[in-house]
Design a protein around this ligand. Structure first.
Ligand SMILES: Nc1ncnc2c1ncn2[C@@H]1O[C@H](COP(=O)(O)OP(=O)(O)OP(=O)(O)O)[C@@H](O)[C@H]1O
Ligand SMILES: [Mg+2]
Length: 460
């Protein structure tokens, strides 16, 4: 059986040679010179794969890709982009292209990628079934973490599964607040009811009340029909109120009232509509501080924080980094149908040492990018976006050594910060003093500060 391929390319010479090459390899080829006629063609019949240029008149490859994903989501799309526009390749991969080729097109490369895309397509159907099964079984919705703080959080989520108590998630940007909100919902008793996520910061102030509580027809200019608010839409399920700190004061009061009365009054109505749902609120700003400053209602904070979960920044739970790295590596190699051999020790060490101000999101983006650059090889330091800021690291040690070195540095830093007060350091690390002494021996860490010249008098 021969596969049918749709080639979309506006340059006649390249289009012709692609067609000849592919027919020569036994593929059935159809060619089109722009996105629009390619789309017409797709509406008429199916193909096993599509190869498309990005820049074209009429309709560009990006738009075509979007249509193809809707009309024929199982058909792999390989895009051809001009050299030096890796950014556009990344954008296309994000939009769902399965691979990309840079111009001038290397024909061997093209055949290889096409073959891989076709193989992948065969696997896809089986895999889709498998992933859906896995997703249904995975209790924590892709939440990765083995560090003590994460394990404690997972325990709490488990305990929350039988109740509908209001939960407040606090944590820096990218620490996983939304993922936790979903985990709470999908592990709980209301998992088969709606989960509705609302970003409070994204709704214009004048519309928040009607978005949350709904409105009656004619209640304000533009309200041409009755509208159901998010509270009612999420009824019996979970309403996730993200960026709760952005709610203006009057809305904070209205929310408090709704929570206390378990009912909402749509704008333009007088009757309250009872609601029964779980509220999960999230904030990356410190709400306690906002209460002190008078910008967040204290009573609302108490009402929301029936259960309060603090998601620690990634730099406070570095032992989760390797697990997350491999998790995202798996995710993106699968998603982009790429083959990556692994992560070099030096790269892993650099990631263990990095600050991760953007937390897990930053790590995820770093791996997504590295997967694109490190095709068919190991991810190296140079593939990381912060490569230039990495210190000297040699490559020939294994990961265990890397972790050991990281642990050693961490304890050493702690000792310095606490002026070699072992009891304080042990408490900071959450281990007993005797365990600390054992670690010091094991990791060859001096128990007293190195000899220094006498301190200058003003140092004290
Ligand atoms: N523990 C984790 N395991 C796996 N993936 C995670 C974990 N935590 C976060 N992520 C991923 O990191 C990204 C950011 O997470 P999420 O959107 O939940 O963060 P957030 O705290 O809501 O951030 P923001 O405050 O910026 O909205 C997501 O893609 C999410 O899937
Ligand atoms: Mg979020």
């Amino acid at each position: 059986m021969s596969y049918s391929i749709l080639v979309v390319e506006d340059e006649p010479v390249l289009r012709q040679s692609l067609a000849e090459l592919l027919s020569g390899e036994g593929y059935q080829v159809e060619t089109r010179g722009d996105g629009q006629s390619a789309l017409d063609c797709l509406l008429e019949r199916g193909f096993d794969a599509i190869i498309t240029d990005v820049r074209m008149p009429e309709m560009d490859g990006h738009t075509l890709l979007g249509h193809a994903q809707r009309i024929a989501p199982q058909t792999p799309v390989i895009v051809i982009t001009a050299y030096g526009t890796v950014q556009s390749a990344v954008a296309m991969m994000r939009a769902g292209a399965c691979d990309y080729l840079l111009k001038p097109v290397n024909f061997d490369d093209l055949l290889l990628k096409l073959e891989r895309a076709l193989q992948h397509r065969e696997l896809l159907t089986t895999r889709q079934v498998l992933t859906e099964q896995l997703a249904a079984e995975s209790t924590f919705h892709d939440l990765v973490g083995e560090s003590p703080p994460m394990t404690r959080l997972f325990d709490t989520v488990r305990k929350l599964s039988t109740v509908k108590s209001t939960v407040l998630l606090m944590g820096e940007s990218g620490t996983g607040k939304e993922l936790f909100a979903r985990a709470i919902h999908y592990n709980g008793i209301t998992r088969d009811k709606p989960f509705v996520a609302v970003n409070c910061g994204a709704i214009p102030e004048s519309l928040i009340e009607s978005e949350l509580f709904g409105h009656r027809r004619g209640s304000f200019t533009g309200a041409i029909r009755d509208k159901t608010g998010y509270f009612v839409a999420a009824n019996h399920g979970t309403l996730f109120l993200d960026e709760i700190s952005t709610l203006p004061m009057p809305m904070q009061s209205a929310l408090l009232r709704a929570l206390e009365q378990r009912a909402v009054v749509p704008v333009g109505d007088t009757r309250a509509q009872p609601v029964d749902l779980r509220i999960v609120a999230a904030s990356n700003r410190n709400l306690d501080q906002m209460v002190e400053q008078g910008t967040f209602r204290e009573d609302l904070l108490y009402r929301l924080a029936v259960v309060r979960l603090e998601l620690p920044p990634l730099r406070r739970r570095r032992s989760d980094i390797p697990g997350l790295v491999y998790h995202f590596l798996g995710k993106y190699t699968r998603q982009m149908n790429k083959h990556v051999l692994g992560v070099s020790n030096a790269a892993m060490r650099a990631m263990l040492a990095h600050e991760w101000r953007g937390n897990v999101r930053e790590l995820e983006n770093a791996i997504e990018r590295a997967v694109i650059f490190a095709e068919d090889r190991t991810i190296e330091i140079e593939d990381l976006p912060f490569a230039s800021s990495c210190g000297e690291l040699d490559d020939d040690e294994n990961l265990k050594d890397a972790l050991r070195q990281f642990e050693r540095q961490h304890i050493l830093d702690c000792l310095k910060r606490h002026h070699y007060d072992k009891a304080a350091v042990a408490a900071r690390l959450g281990i007993g003093t005797s365990s600390l002494y054992r670690k010091l021996d094991e990791l060859d860490i001096p128990k007293t500060p190195p000899e220094k010249p006498a301190p200058a008098p003003e140092a004290h």
